[in-house]
Each structure stands twice: as structure tokens, then as C-alpha cells.
Design a protein around this ligand. Structure first.
Ligand code: ADP
Ligand code: MG
Length: 485
């Protein structure tokens, strides 16, 4: 979205600029356009955000620590087929190491990759296949007849060792899968045919190279179609914007092969990855939108420190049942008793439960509405505050509201009445609201709507903020008393 906005500014906007404009005028025009585009709300994952909010939530990544050319290192476990998966392909290692943890090392400017053991011994070096090709890359030092039989995607290479090479000259070898006469049949493995020649006489390596393959990566028609199908599947997933599933496809295919998963089990695992990722993305978007002041949850609240708070009631509120009938919650109490913390924790529980939540203070709400009225965006502003399933208005009464602030607050409460829930925290006792708003009628009308369906939580304990000071004062007092007596 940010790039799109830049694109519009760069491509379309300049065409509308008249020739006689000075550079300063043009600059000021583009500044205004940028501010306007920053403020425009668009829907991302079902939530309306501005480009400014999006950009602030997705800052650029840190520069890489290592200068380019960087070396990529990934940890992998060797499969029972003596293969190591990397970047959408499989690479062979010497047999007899199933389950061993190895490191695949690849310098980004090199064609080769190395597979290294924990003791830093290089056990395989391969020419790198194109990422995501779904190929099995073997080298002369690591392939074995067992591998060729057990891996349907394997590209059979020359014999595994000099010893087996000698054996291959005297003994029939499995038919290479690089020939053009169709996929291997059940009896093919034992047929007597030299390994390096296709039936039609051209060396397999030459043929694959002439098809535009990476040298050193030999593939059979079956493997090619398998690889193409894999690519196709990946691109289908990407086209459908199932990007996490597309990324995990290779891993899940490997798991399906090594764990012998059924087709449905593998599909379920693949889609579960996408569902989890989507859920995490949506949660992050909801949290970004909610603007919660702190990451507090109910577990952070020390109920023992505030015995006046009914823990059972708060835990019941945290089930969010009160939102089902658009009830409200009012936290009333002096400063420092944990009103904001509880409102924040309930809001967090609502976000976790998949609800759209917005947290603001009464002063901020009044200021936003005032600005919107001046800019002719009153309706949009009211729609915005009507939208969230749960709206938290914190600190009502701390600062005097301007006259239009009180009326804006009333309108917000009024349009949410019986539709969606509002949590309000205030230090002003309900009896004193008329004085706090300066207008008894507005205060009464607002209270009427707020309290019609509401849970009022009065907290009248000691200030948590002053607890430290109180303890300190008590200790000093005890010290002085002890000295006196
Ligand atoms: P209020 O909104 O009532 O003025 P806050 O919720 O802002 O109070 O709480 C003030 C500070 O004290 C915050 O840092 C909050 O984390 C902490 N606090 C208040 N009550 C508790 C409590 N019961 N358990 C843990 N921390 C608390
Ligand atoms: Mg507070």
C-alpha cells in the first residue's frame, strides 16, 4: 500500500501539475498530497488503517550485519534417503547418516553449496539448482543404488564410490531415470543398461544441459513433470495469496515423504500452516488498530493489592460475554487504582477473541472530533467511533472537556448505544457527572445510555502508584518509633 501511494505520487500526480508552477509550489502541493494519502483509510485484513499507521507498524528491517557477499547457513537433518533439503531442492550426502544434523552453507555469489557436519567436515559439495525446482541433486560421491530406488524424485548419477563404480562395470545397474522412454516401470530397477547413456544414445548429462538445466543436476521426464507440478502447485498457492503455504510446501512434501503422511494429512498440515499464519497476521493487525497503551493482560493485575476489586466479576467480564448484548463497563475510582490497567486487559482479551477494538482517551476523542468538525469530516469521524466492537474511553474527567468535546462524546455514546460495547474509566463519581460536563442535561442523557446496560466497577482502594512511597514512609516511621522507644 505504501509503495502504491508512492507510485501514485510519482506517476500520476506529476501529470496534473501545470507548467508555470515553481519548484516550491510543486513541493508544497506534493506535501499536501502525501498528507492526504497518509490519512486515507483503506481496508487491510478487514481493518481500516491509514498508510501512516501501516508504515509505522512495518518499519524497514535492519541492514544485514554481514557485508555482501553473505554466507547463508541453515541447519538441516539428513533424511533416511541420505538427502538434505535446501531452498526447494534435495541434495545428497553420503549414505548412513539419517537424522544427523548438518549445516548447508551457501555463499550468495557462488554457484556451489557445501554441506558440513557439526565437526565442520565438508561431506558434500553440489552445484546449486534453481531455488524451488523440486530437484534431487546428487554427486558422484554420494549417490547409491538404494537412493535411486527409494526416492522417486532422485536423479541418478554415477556410482557412489570407486568400488561401486567398478561393480557397476561388471554388474547390471538400475536403469537411469534420465532416458526418454517413459517413466520407469516396476521391473526397471534391475534392467541391464549402462547408467550414463540414454536408450537413444545421447549422454544424459548433455541432454539435460541442452534443455536448459543446471549442469550437474540431472532429471528424468518423471522428475521433470514432478518438478513442474511442484512449481505449478507453488504458483497456484502464491496466486491464491496462500504465501505461507507456498513457502512451506517443500518442507511439508519432505515431511510427508519421511513420515509417510497420507495425502489428506499432508494437505491438512500445509493448510494449517496458512491458517496459523493468517490468524497471526490478523491478530497483529487488530492489535495495531486497537492502539492499546500497554501490553497488559489480566494476569498482570495483582488482585491482592486491590482487595476492593471483585476478581470473579473481572474474570467474568474477561470472557467478553458482556459484548454479546452490547453492555458497557464503567471503572470508577481515584487515580492509580488500576482502572486503565483493567480496561486495557479487557480490551486485549477482546482483541485476542477476534474483535475489533479501539482504545482512546476522552481528551483524544474530543480533540479528534473537534478537528474532524473543522475539516468537514464529522460524519466520517462518527462512523469511525461507531465501528469498533469495543471502544475504550479512558480518563474521562481528568481533563475538563471543551463544550463541543462533551457533545462529541455524547454523540459517540449515543450512536453506540445498544449496538456495541464501551468501556469507560473515570475518576468522577457518577453523582458528580453533571458538574464535570458543565451541562446537566448532556451528562444525564449520556449516563442514561451508558448505564442502561452496564457493569459499574467502583474501585476505592489505595493507589498502586503510591504503594512504594507508602511502604517507604511506613518503614521510616517504624525506624523512628523504634529509636524513640
Ligand atoms: P488508574 O487508571 O486507575 O489511574 P492505572 O491503571 O493507570 O491506574 O495504574 C497505575 C499504575 O499502577 C500502572 O503502572 C499499573 O500497571 C499499576 N497498577 C495499578 N493497580 C495495579 C494492580 N492491582 N496490579 C498491578 N499493577 C497495578
Ligand atoms: Mg488511568
Amino acid at each position: 500500500m505504501v509503495e502504491k501511494a508512492n507510485h501514485i505520487a510519482a506517476q500520476r500526480w506529476w501529470r496534473t501539475v501545470p507548467d508555470h508552477l515553481s519548484v516550491e509550489q510543486a513541493q508544497s502541493g506534493v506535501d499536501k498530497l502525501a498528507a492526504r494519502m497518509d490519512e486515507r483509510r483503506r481496508t487491510v485484513d478487514g481493518i481500516k488503517v491509514t498508510i501512516g499507521q501501516l508504515a509505522a507498524g512495518e518499519p524497514l528491517l535492519e541492514l544485514p550485519v554481514r557485508p555482501f557477499p553473505a554466507e547463508l547457513e541453515v541447519q538441516r537433518a539428513v533424511s533416511p534417503q541420505a538427502l538434505v533439503s535446501f531452498d526447494g531442492n534435495l541434495y545428497s550426502v553420503p549414505p548412513g547418516m539419517p537424522g544427523v544434523q548438518v549445516t548447508v552453507r551457501h555463499r550468495l555469489d557462488e554457484d556451489y553449496l557445501h554441506i558440513v557436519t557439526a565437526g565442520r567436515a565438508v561431506i558434500a559439495r553440489h552445484r546449486r539448482a534453481a531455488p524451488g525446482s523440486g530437484l534431487t541433486v546428487r554427486d558422484p560421491g554420494t549417490s547409491s543404488p538404494w537412493n535411486a530406488r527409494s526416492s522417486p524424485r532422485s536423479a541418478t548419477g554415477p556410482p557412489a564410490s570407486r568400488k561401486s563404480a567398478a561393480r557397476s562395470r561388471t554388474r547390471p545397474r538400475p536403469r537411469p531415470t534420465g532416458c526418454e522412454d517413459g517413466p520407469p516401470g516396476p521391473g526397471d530397477a534391475g534392467r541391464d543398461r549402462p547408467v550414463h547413456l540414454c536408450r537413444r544414445g545421447r549422454p544424459a548429462a548433455d541432454r539435460t544441459r541442452s534443455q536448459g538445466e543446471t549442469p550437474g543436476v540431472s532429471t528424468s521426464p518423471t522428475q521433470m513433470s514432478e518438478a513442474r507440478r511442484f512449481q505449478q502447485l507453488r504458483s497456484h498457492l502464491s496466486y491464491l495469496k496462500l504465501n505461507d503455504a507456498a513457502e512451506a510446501l517443500n518442507r511439508v512434501c519432505d515431511q510427508a515423504r519421511t513420515e509417510g503422511l497420507s495425502l489428506t494429512a499432508a494437505l491438512e498440515r500445509l493448510l494449517e500452516i496458512e491458517v496459523d499464519a493468517t490468524e497471526a497476521r490478523r491478530l497483529a493487525a487488530r492489535l495495531r488498530f486497537a492502539c492499546l497503551p500497554e501490553p497488559w493482560t489480566l494476569n498482570d493485575f495483582d488482585f491482592a493489592a486491590q482487595p476492593g476489586v471483585d476478581e470473579k466479576l473481572i474474570r467474568d467480564l474477561a470472557t467478553m460475554r458482556f459484548m454479546d448484548d452490547a453492555s458497557n463497563v464503567l471503572f470508577v475510582g481515584p487515580p492509580g487504582v488500576g482502572k486503565t490497567m483493567l480496561a486495557n486487559a479487557l480490551a486485549r482479551a477482546a482483541v485476542d477473541g477476534g474483535n475489533r477494538v479501539y482504545f482512546t482517551t476522552a481528551a483524544e476523542l474530543a480533540a479528534k472530533c473537534h478537528k474532524a468538525a473543522l475539516e468537514g469530516r464529522w460524519r466520517t469521524c462518527m462512523n469511525f467511533f461507531a465501528g469498533p466492537k469495543l471502544l475504550v474511553i479512558d480518563e474521562l474527567g481528568y481533563l475538563p472537556l471543551p463544550e463541543d468535546g462533551a457533545s462529541a462524546l455524547f454523540q459517540v455514546i449515543n450512536q453506540r448505544y445498544l449496538k456495541s460495547s464501551t468501556i469507560l474509566t473515570t475518576n468522577v463519581g457518577i453523582a458528580d457527572w453533571a458538574g464535570a460536563f458543565g451541562d446537566a442535561t448532556v451528562a444525564a442523557a449520556m449516563l442514561d445510555r451508558l448505564l442502561h446496560r452496564a457493569t459499574v466497577v467502583g474501585i476505592d482502594g489505595p493507589s498502586y502508584r503510591l504503594r512504594g512511597h507508602q511502604n517507604h514512609a511506613d518503614t521510616l516511621r517504624q525506624g523512628v518509633n523504634a529509636r524513640v522507644s
